[in-house]
Design a protein around this ligand. Sequence first.
Ligand SMILES: [Zn+2]
Length: 61
Amino acid sequence: MPIHEYECRDCRLKFEIIDLGGEDEPATCPRCRSENVEKKVSLFSSSCGDGFSCGFPGGFG
Ligand SMILES: [Zn+2]
């Protein structure tokens, strides 16, 4: 499942949110509860799920 990485612009905390699907709520900083967060590009999930190789050892068949 995709993992979205965020960085809080208020307290600079970096955190990850696992996308369980269906939920489309704005990300909220777990430390200061701010919604002023910036979505980061994850190296692991950015190109996965779109038919591209994810680079996992052994792959998924
Ligand atoms: Zn914060």
